[in-house]
Design a protein around this ligand. Structure first.
Ligand SMILES: [Zn+2]
Length: 380
């Protein structure tokens, strides 16, 4: 994780970097910030910067062997500790490392709720158990394998019960070149004995504007829609992502039903979907639906060309994309993307949505069902 890939927090990033340049890296630090503020990502970027072999002035290089392992969370001197749901008393965070990597790499702003979903343990009690505390002591007593600093990032030390006291000596007098980075959301729930032994790094809630930039620049969301989402998200990237996923599910459902009618030339159903669903979405959502559809078609093109590794869709979406790639040619897909882009342009210009989407649907029927290309196109 590089600093540049984390939303906002410019002043804090500069402060963290200056502690490294000025040789003031404290061995035990508590990153304290609200859910969805990116404090876990910041702690990781900080550790990656400290261990980077060719650091830039204001970020890690992202390319050296250390950074590459950090980016994948597989560096042998980088350890994570986090709440989990022990099925047996001797389980430690390492038992769930694969899930952890997957969850964090998918969403570095994840909340405990998101992590619970990943573990399919919604209603269970999470904690950092005594076996984990002992495992940390064991891991950190080993010599580092290759990095200058051994790092332990503990996410949500709120879930360390009194067994956290087993770690106090280690936090107070860690072995040489060992960094403890604790990442917490709620100061009141952390053992006082731990707070008193760490240096506080305050991570502020993100501003609406920072969330807006994230949505527009990283997620390519239309600025009006991004504004709405940012307003509701209230500084929480996880909440913004949840809203996006809900919208994606709705768009996915609509796209599948619409395309199914198109490839079977189900005339009446097409009219119904255009009249009663797409027309009523409102202009901004129609644009989002088109952008989403274009995105999915592009993914089908990649599959069609055998570039499976570039396809980022998952589960149901991926299943659909695979099926559709088998029944469509590259030419058909390219023409379809072109038609959708033209429709997007027309929606922006306030054309009548009923006529627009009906016309688009009929052209797609000709294209996919009858392999007839619109007149004037140069694709054949
Ligand atoms: Zn590097």
């Amino acid at each position: 994780m590089q600093f540049k890939n984390i939303v906002g927090h410019q002043a804090l990033k500069e402060h963290l970097i200056s502690t490294v340049h000025e040789n003031r890296v404290s061995h035990a630090q508590l990153f304290l910030g609200p859910e969805g503020s990116g404090s876990l990502a910041l702690a990781l970027a900080y550790a990656q910067f400290i261990n980077c072999e060719e650091p830039l002035a204001s970020d890690s290089c992202g390319r050296c062997p250390s950074c590459i392992k950090y980016e994948k969370l597989i560096h042998p001197d980088l350890h994570f500790s986090y709440p989990f749901f022990a099925k047996k008393a001797d389980e430690t965070a390492s038992t769930y490392m694969e899930d952890w990597r997957k969850a964090f790499l998918e969403n570095p702003y994840m909340s405990l709720g998101h992590w619970r979903n990943q573990l399919e343990a919604e209603n269970k009690q999470a904690n950092i158990n005594i076996a984990e505390a002992h495992d940390i002591i064991k891991k950190l007593s080993l010599k580092s394998f290759e990095a200058e600093y051994k790092v332990l990032i503990m996410w949500l030390p709120e879930y360390l019960d009194t067994q956290g006291n087993a770690l106090l000596k280690l936090i107070e007098e860690p072995p040489a070149k060992t960094l403890f980075l604790l990442v917490a959301e709620n100061q009141d729930k952390i053992l006082n004995t731990i707070i008193s032994r760490t240096q506080l790094v305050k991570v502020n809630k993100l501003s609406n504007d920072e969330i807006l930039q994230f949505l527009v620049n990283d997620k390519h969301i239309d600025v009006n829609r991004a504004n709405e989402i940012a307003f509701i998200a209230d500084g929480n990237v996880q909440s913004a992502i949840n809203q996006l996923e809900e919208a994606t599910n709705e768009n996915f459902d609509l796209l599948i039903r619409w395309l199914r009618c198109i490839v079977t030339d189900a005339g009446l159903n097409i009219i119904q979907i255009c009249d009663e669903e797409i027309s009523k979405l409102g202009r901004e959502n129609q644009k989002l639906f088109l952008l989403y559809s274009i995105n999915v078609l592009r993914q089908i093109v990649l599959l069609n060309q055998g570039l499976d590794n570039l396809v980022f869709l998952k589960d149901a979406e991926l299943g659909f994309v695979k099926k559709f790639s088998e029944i469509s040619s590259l030419e058909q897909l390219e023409v379809a993307i072109d038609l959708l882009e033209k429709t997007h342009y027309s929606v922006e210009r306030n054309a009548n949505p009923k006529i627009l989407f009906l016309d688009l649907s009929l052209q797609l029927v000709l294209l996919f069902k009858y392999n007839t290309f619109p007149q004037g196109t140069q694709y054949i």
